[in-house]
Design a protein around this ligand. Structure first.
Ligand SMILES: [Zn+2]
Length: 316
């Protein structure tokens, strides 16, 4: 819990950006390379845009969009039309979603967002240090109008349902092969407070027996007990243990929050994830956006005012 950080973004109804640029250094989870990252203010209408400063000979801008996702095997990786990519964007994206940040340039001198401690905790601190400022444009949201779902042949599924306000999430995981994880469920309504207190704090996790396989595939090279919970059969190998009993399912929720923010605006709806990952969420977003009758884009200010009037009439 990062209780000392006060409410950063009371600006619910307008676009926001960072007050100041803020740099940090870390390593990439999969490549294991040192990466310098700088979060910078961006003008109205920019969205979240990654810039690969080490790429000079072609277009190095990659907007964070579900449509730009090129790989979902171990993380969410986005790429542009020239094949320039950025991996492991999900925890940083989740922090932007948690604070409702609309417009940010993310500069990186390598192909991967630093993993930090495997959660969004350091990104929360960075955003808190940079500060958040309102911008002169109304904030838009995407309102889910009908149920949209995606399921694979292994019974992993994701679904979005209509809801009156905000984004609520139900997540369920079931790891039969490990009693350290087992079956866990988590329900939360996304808010800055919920993100700072719980969601953002949950670390990524992996299995000791998978580490060798992943490394032979050139993945997880930067992974260690400093940036992931590592499970070996029925035990957690990290000496400090877990940050919460349900850290595993809360981390899956964190991933979903980050991936859903690839829509470029907050969702008014309810999300359910059942044993799902980056791939399923991306398929869901593609399905949602390909059906013009499944969503509408609303001005948050007008929408909430309408809702308030409706509720007043109901209780009168
Ligand atoms: Zn993750």
């Amino acid at each position: 819990m990062i209780a000392e950080i006060k409410t950063l973004s009371p600006y619910k109804h307008c676009e926001t950006t960072l007050q100041n640029a803020i740099p940090c250094t870390g390593i990439g989870l999969h490549g294991g390379q040192k990466v310098q990252m700088c979060l910078k203010p961006a003008p109205v209408g920019t969205g979240i845009v990654f810039r690969r400063t080490d790429v000079k000979d072609k277009d190095n801008l990659i907007p964070a969009s579900y449509a730009a996702v090129v790989d979902t095997r171990m993380c969410s990786c986005i790429g542009n039309h020239e094949g320039v990519t950025v991996s492991t964007i999900e925890h940083l994206m989740a922090a932007f979603a948690g604070f409702g940040l609309t417009n940010v340039f993310v500069e990186l001198d390598g192909p991967e967002v630093p993993v930090m401690d495997g959660s969004a905790k350091d990104f929360i601190t960075l955003i808190a240090c940079a500060g958040i400022v309102p911008q002169d444009a109304p904030k838009k949201a995407i309102k889910i109008l009908k149920e949209v779902s995606f399921e694979d042949d292994k019974g992993c599924s994701v679904c979005l349902y209509p809801a009156a306000e905000g984004l609520s999430i139900d997540f369920m995981i079931d790891f039969q092969q490990s009693r350290a994880i087992g079956r866990q469920e988590y329900s939360v309504k996304l808010s800055e407070q919920a993100f700072k207190d719980h969601i953002g704090y949950a670390r990524t996790f992996g299995f000791a027996q998978e580490v060798e396989l992943l490394r032979s595939m050139g993945l997880a090279k930067g992974g260690s007990l400093d940036n992931a919970v590592v499970v070996d059969g029925d035990v957690v190998l990290n000496t400090e243990g877990l940050r919460s009993d349900n850290e595993f399912v809360v981390h899956k929720t964190l991933d979903a929050v980050g991936d859903l923010y690839q829509l470029g605006m907050p969702i008014i709806g309810h999300f359910c994830g059942c044993k799902s990952g980056h791939y399923h969420t991306n398929m869901l977003l593609r399905k949602l956006m390909s059906d013009r009758t499944a969503y509408e884009i609303v001005d948050l200010d007008d929408y909430e005012e309408d809702l308030l009037q409706k509720n007043k009439r109901k209780s009168a």
